[in-house]
Design a protein around this ligand. Structure first.
Ligand SMILES: [Zn+2]
Length: 414
């Protein structure tokens, strides 16, 4: 900054403090704090995020959860600042990775999550049940849970699914952005007409294992087939409302209603391309923008997938700052939560950020900012009990129901 300019800026700053008082100088969104009531409520609630992609960073080899990291959205200090009590780390790889290699890579990621928990056992504890999340919270530790994002990783083998469950995986997203061998994705050409006969066996086995069935990413037909097949309520671990942003990956009001009618929950995703119609339109209007982002990601990261996810978010933000893409503010998360509650009811909505795997809106850059959601929901008129449900109690209720169904089914099959 040129010297003259900085002196001028200092003068203007002093003048504005004199005229407006020091309080107005702290109104930058990143510095705005929440009300005392919101703080008290947030930090006395159990806060659960059902979807983050931080796992990819563990296997890049140079990432650790303990220090406050300059990049990305999730680490222990920022989870603590955001009052996050339980986090699901997703095991992920592109849908095109198939066969024994997919299984091998998934197992490696599962071990990487366990290794982080073991390394930081003062702050973290591995959990697989709703009760274990409550127990972790009582010990002031963050519960870490495992998810598998994409049915292609079981290599069409129920024994692999059982192995994943044995290692603590608590939900499986049936597909990622491409179809798997037995279920159609919302962003691929349908080939199974929803869920194949083997797909139905997968659902039955997940029900028996007490593993949540996740319908984020799946096609509408797959969703309906799963809803009909599953004996336990289902989760959309990181999905948004199509009524607010018309993306095939988001859920229509009818789907949200049907999900809730069977006891399920929709966990609202923070990704700008799923939150904002304006952003989606801009992306679609000029495909060269995404191509340019892709090229820059490749330049910065090569084939390191964890790096690609983090840099993709940073580069998208640079494009927004350069005026090439519209700015999306974090308050649009609240719009989706609010809409989903109007459709599904207060007992069927929660949070699944997609941190470290998607493009975050301004003001919700990392896990430390989760507390702002509590403040905004109170301001919108939600009661303290309502807010607790959204933050985590709905997820705990669903987990307990799925666990109960699993035990019942195991009892029946004995
Ligand atoms: Zn996803």
């Amino acid at each position: 900054m040129p010297r003259e300019f900085s002196i001028l800026a200092l003068l203007l700053f002093s003048l504005s403090v004199f005229l407006l008082g020091p309080k107005s100088m702290t109104s930058h969104p990143a510095q705005t704090d929440i009300s005392a009531k919101a703080r008290q409520l947030h930090f006395s609630s159990i806060v659960i995020d059902t979807h983050t992609d931080t796992t990819q960073r563990f296997i890049d080899g140079d990432f650790d959860l303990a220090p406050r990291n300059e990049k990305g959205s999730v680490d222990i200090p920022r989870m603590k600042e955001g009052g996050l009590d339980a986090v699901f780390f997703a095991v992920w790889m592109p849908s095109k990775v198939r066969g024994p290699i997919a299984v091998e890579r998934a197992l490696k990621q599962i071990e990487a999550v366990h290794a982080q928990v073991n390394r930081h056992s003062n702050d973290l504890v591995f959990a697989t049940t709703a009760d274990q999340i409550r127990a972790a919270r009582a010990k002031k530790k963050i519960a870490v849970l495992l998810a598998v994002e994409g049915g292609h990783m079981i290599n069409s083998d129920l024994a692999v699914l059982r192995e994943f469950a044995g290692k603590g995986v608590r939900y499986m997203t049936l597909t990622h952005s491409g179809n798997c061998e037995w279920a159609d994705s919302s962003t691929d050409k349908p080939i199974h007409n929803g869920l194949s006969p083997f797909g139905k066996q997968v659902i039955a086995e997940m029900n028996r294992l007490g593993m949540m069935v996740d319908v984020s990413h799946v096609s509408d037909k797959t969703f309906h087939d799963v809803l009909a097949a599953s004996k336990a309520p289902i989760i959309a671990s990181h999905s948004n409302c199509r009524a607010l942003c018309d993306h095939p990956r988001n859920m229509s009001d009818d789907m949200i209603r049907e999900l809730a009618a069977k006891g399920g929950i929709i966990q609202i995703n923070f990704h700008v391309g799923f939150l904002s119609q304006k952003f989606r339109n801009a992306e679609r209007a000029d495909p060269k923008i995404n191509q340019a982002i892709g090229i820059e990601v490749q330049k910065r990261c090569g084939n390191k997938e964890g790096c690609q996810l983090i840099e993709g978010d940073r580069i998208t933000r640079e494009f927004v700052e350069a005026g090439k893409l519209p700015r999306v503010d974090w308050t649009e998360i609240i719009d989706h939560i609010d809409h989903a509650i109007k459709i599904a009811g207060i007992n069927h909505v929660g949070i699944g950020s997609d941190f470290d795997g998607a493009n975050m809106p301004f003001g919700m850059e990392d896990a430390s900012m989760l507390r702002k959601i509590t403040d905004a929901l109170l301001q919108k008129g939600y009661t303290e009990g309502d807010v607790k449900k959204i933050l985590g109690e709905n997820t705990l209720r669903l987990m307990a129901e799925v666990e109960r169904t699993g035990k019942q089914l195991c009892g029946e099959s004995k």
